[in-house]
Design a protein around this ligand. Structure first.
Ligand SMILES: NC(=O)c1ccc[n+]([C@@H]2O[C@H](COP(=O)([O-])OP(=O)(O)OC[C@H]3O[C@@H](n4cnc5c(N)ncnc54)[C@H](O)[C@@H]3O)[C@@H](O)[C@H]2O)c1
Length: 423
């Protein structure tokens, strides 16, 4: 049993804290948001997460606080704070810096400090270590610094904090041994040691850039195929019969705290080393263009039924970036809504997972209010809508931003339909 302090109790830190308790560690949870701390103390999860939900009873066992005092008595400290970008897509590392500063001020000799936040290669050595050095602390002697990028995918029914394989890197040999042993104590999946802390940082950025690039590729194909009347979903199914093909799917844009953010960390750091990540920049541009492309499709469809964009009641189905979740971070829906408003449409929103921001109490009353729809999130509630229901509610146009509706039936009913790369 070790004393573990988890800093940042969000989608990454909270399941981790719960898992550490489950595996017999004593856990201190630190978060600056006081209402999160209060909820955790009452046994309520402030984030939507099935892994936590199934272990709800363990939440109260986390010694949660906004104070960093518990760092002084912890053997292991894990930093899980956000790493966003600003409106110009520049990485914001201030939050990691502030958390590292708070740890350095309170560290105890021999402590293992792990960064789980997603960071570009170089952050541990160039940003975190100098903060500890400014307090007279030497890595490998006074404390040990490691990086173990988190791969958690909230809402994923198969992979969770307990079974995801991990990679770990450290600045010192002892740091690597200690961090590997710690993760082996909590995780059932394999723990892969990396030769350096930089390599561990690079692994995560590579994984998410890989996703971003592949999604950008199919999004570009979808736009191209739209011009050629080729159904991209069918083409992907065909291509998937080849042994080496890995299917990715087009859509109304990429959301969440990871894929649309992490590549910028590499792009900006590589610039400092004199390298231009042209390919990554283009992928980001393509994926960033998809919410507006979705609105353009709607405008084309409205033209066909002789409805102006201005004043037409356009219903946006789904606000969160991911199915069956309530996470709005970097959600393409929000960009779609902004673009629709710019074009003077009368925008109505509905998300059963985000009732506070919905313009109707239920789906039935929402559909009644709309002339046209953009399906922006593939929530299970939307997959269950019968095409006849759209017809009954006099919906004239549907843009299916996730290619998830029964489009043949919808078209047969005389409703104008367009998906992303299928019509
Ligand atoms: N969400 C994901 O699916 C996911 C997956 C893998 C990796 N990551 C990475 O993990 C990191 C955390 O992401 P998240 O989704 O858990 O974020 P989050 O916003 O859900 O949680 C972060 C928490 O940190 C707290 N916080 C902010 N500054 C703090 C400080 N100085 N001291 C203490 N607490 C502080 C916030 O109040 C918040 O509760 C990011 O780097 C992200 O890229 C996220």
């Amino acid at each position: 049993m070790q004393k573990v302090a988890v800093i940042g109790l969000g989608y990454v830190g909270l399941p981790l804290a719960v898992r550490c308790i489950e595996k017999g560690h004593e856990v201190f949870g630190i978060d600056l948001e006081k209402d999160k701390i209060e909820k955790i103390k009452k046994g309520i999860s402030p984030v939507q997460d099935d892994f936590i939900e199934e272990r709800k009873g363990l939440l109260k066992k986390i010694k949660a606080s906004s104070s960093f005092d518990s760092v002084k008595k912890s053997d292991v400290v894990i930093i899980c704070v956000p790493t966003p970008v600003n409106e110009l897509f520049f990485p914001i590392l201030d939050i990691v810096e502030s958390a590292a500063e708070s740890v350095a001020k309170n560290t105890k000799p021999g402590q293992l400090v792990i960064v789980e936040s997603t960071i570009n290669p170089g952050v541990c050595e160039e940003v975190v270590e100098p903060i500890f050095a400014s307090h007279g602390l030497k890595e490998g002697k006074d404390y040990y610094l490691a990086h173990c990028p988190e791969r958690i995918d909230p809402g994923n029914e198969t992979w969770n904090v307990a079974n995801l394989p991990r990679v770990v890197g450290s600045m010192s040999k002892t740091g690597l041994q200690k961090s590997q042993a710690f993760y082996e104590s909590i995780i059932d999946g394999a723990i892969r040691p990396m030769k350096s802390i930089r390599e561990a940082e690079a692994v995560k950025i590579m994984e998410n850039s890989f996703r971003d690039i592949n999604i950008a590729f199919v999004n570009e194909l979808a736009k191209s195929f739209d011009q050629m009347d080729i159904d991209i979903k069918d083409v992907i199914e065909g291509a998937s019969t080849k042994f080496s093909f890995m299917p990715h799917y087009p859509g109304r844009g990429v959301g969440g705290h990871c894929i649309p953010v992490d590549p910028y960390y590499l792009i900006e750091r590589a610039k400092k080393s004199g390298f231009d990540h042209h390919f990554l920049r283009v992928a980001r541009e393509i994926n960033n263009s998809m919410p507006n492309y979705t609105v353009e499709l709607l405008q084309d469809m409205l033209n066909e039924v002789k409805l102006p964009m201005k004043g037409t009641k356009v219903g946006v189905l789904g606000l969160s970036y991911k199915a069956n979740m309530n996470d709005l971070r970097e959600s393409p829906s929000l960009k779609i809504i902004k673009e629709l408003k710019k074009k003077k449409a009368t925008v109505l929103k509905y998300d059963p997972h985000v009732p506070g921001q919905s313009d109707a109490k239920d789906l039935t009353s929402f559909l009644k209010k709309c002339d046209a729809l953009i399906l922006a999130t593939n929530h299970k509630e939307f997959l269950e809508i019968k095409p006849e229901t759209f017809k009954k509610n006099n919906i004239k146009v549907i843009v299916d931003g996730m290619n998830c509706l029964d489009y043949e039936k919808i078209k047969k009913l005389g409703i104008k339909y367009h998906g992303i790369g299928r019509k």
